[in-house]
Ligand binder design. Structure first.
Ligand SMILES: Nc1nc2c(ncn2[C@@H]2O[C@H](COP(=O)(O)OP(=O)(O)OP(=O)(O)O)[C@@H](O)[C@H]2O)c(=O)[nH]1
Ligand SMILES: [Mg+2]
Length: 421
């Protein structure tokens, strides 16, 4: 609970704003994450979940097959087709639609990326730590001595504000810390740091929840977010992750207006060896509907729907998102089963407004926070957890790079450690 402020502190009429303004240019803090488990050695082969043979298309083998080397993009049928759609081959796309297949740069990418070598995993960890080094050093440098006084709390307040933890959460942390110092009679910096770690971990813990990928078949996952947040990249990484969990995947290019957006998703499809339902122009809701229909007909494990980036202030685009959500509900009971918001970890406090707006529009069930390998300020995530503690939205994954393996499960403990170690 956010308290009323540190009443016992020395007088300070407007303690936060001047320091915040002064330090706004200071670089951020944050980061971390560690893989929880080793990936399986080989690509999964899930016979039960493998797509049924496509009578029309002679489509490439399902994504579970190793080393798929052929283009996998397929056309969507019109949403008006009420019966489960059979994915049509590109060459017989309905005439009313413009060429339905994104012309992917089929020759420019390997169809399936090689499995990550241990060295590669180590390298993303070190990239992450490097990216967060300045931020974590802002905090850790405070706890080096035995000085536990008002000056320490003031410096900590500054460091938390610089990290984008926000005024309310910063106050909450400082009050909690003061109480622990008092009650537990802490006498040196290391103890205070551990107390802070406990507080931050406690705030973040409700966000740590694994995604249940078995609760529907297909599991329909709708991806939303502002422009450039990392939606399409996260879908590519998520597809890879889910394949390793043994799921078959179908992607839907719900950003129908930008050719580049379709091509980008098609590239990720190629990398993963998964099929992409796509359609030039037209209604994104129709593409989403068709993808789910195709996924049901083909017994696909997970259907992931990409959407165009949009700002919460763009009312008509938020309406479009609501429509996609609504239409998905008609495509399959309970769909979308996951309504995920992708957040750029560099967003700062605006992250909170984004979550609120997208949640109101499409009832978020989870978050993916990207770009935590760069200069992101992790404090915003702590603020998000604290300010939404009454209805926490889990962070299923964090993005720590642009490669297939750079999606990691969120861990409150590791996140707090990355901040304070
Ligand atoms: N370093 C880093 N870069 C990322 C990460 N995720 C995405 N990016 C990069 O961020 C940029 C935008 O990513 P996209 O996936 O295209 O973002 P988007 O949300 O789909 O964008 P729009 O569809 O245009 O709204 C690309 O250059 C990605 O490579 C990440 O976790 N780390
Ligand atoms: Mg995109």
């Amino acid at each position: 609970m956010a308290g009323p402020g540190a009443r016992g502190r020395r007088p300070e009429t407007s303690p936060l704003t001047p320091r915040l303004r002064r330090l706004r240019t200071i670089a951020p803090m944050f980061g971390f994450l560690r893989r929880k488990k080793e990936p399986p050695p080989a690509a999964p082969t899930d016979a039960a979940a493998a797509p049924v043979a496509d009578p029309a298309a002679g489509l490439p083998a399902p994504q579970g097959a190793p080393a798929v080397g052929v283009p996998v993009t397929v056309a969507a049928e019109p949403a008006s087709a009420a019966a489960p759609a059979v994915v049509a081959p590109a060459v017989v796309a309905p005439a009313v639609l413009a060429p339905a297949v994104v012309a992917p740069a089929a020759q420019t990418l390997p169809a399936v990326a090689p499995p990550p070598a241990p060295a590669a995993r180590a390298s993303w960890m070190s990239r992450l730590r490097q990216g967060l080094a300045r931020t974590s050093s802002n905090l850790t440098s405070l706890f080096t001595g035995t000085r536990i006084d008002e000056a320490l709390f003031e410096e900590l307040e500054t460091a938390l504000l610089v990290s984008d933890a926000g005024v309310e959460t910063t106050k909450f942390l400082l009050e909690g810390l003061r109480a622990r110092v008092r009650e537990q009679r802490l006498t040196d910096g290391t103890q205070v740091r551990e107390a802070l770690r406990g507080l931050i971990t406690g705030i973040l813990s409700p966000l740590e929840r694994p995604i249940d990928i078995d609760r529907a078949a297909p599991l329909v996952v709708m991806i939303t977010g502002v422009n450039g947040a990392g939606k399409t990249t996260s879908i590519g990484k998520l597809a890879h992750h889910l394949q390793r969990e043994g799921k078959t995947i179908l992607l839907a290019a719900g950003d129908t207006f930008r050719a580049a957006a379709r091509e980008q998703l098609a590239e990720w499809g190629l990398r993963n060896g998964v099929q992409v339902v796509s359609q030039q122009g037209g209604d994104p809701a129709a593409v989403a509907f068709d993808a789910v229909s195709a996924g049901r007909a083909r017994q696909t494990g997970v259907v992931i729907i990409d959407t165009a980036g949009r700002l919460p202030t763009q009312a008509h685009l938020m309406d479009e998102l609501r429509k996609i959500h609504r239409v998905l509900g008609k495509s399959m009971p309970g769909a979308p089963h996951e309504s995920l918001l992708v957040l750029d970890g560099n967003t700062g406090q605006n992250m909170l407004a984004q979550v609120k707006a997208f949640d109101e529009a499409v009832g978020l069930t989870g978050l993916i926070v990207t770009k935590l390998d760069g200069t992101a300020k992790g404090g915003a995530l702590v603020a998000l957890a604290h300010t939404r503690r009454d209805r926490p939205i889990p962070v299923y994954f964090i993005g720590v790079g642009e490669g297939l393996d750079d999606l990691q499960a969120f861990s409150a403990t590791e996140f707090a450690s990355a901040l304070l170690d």
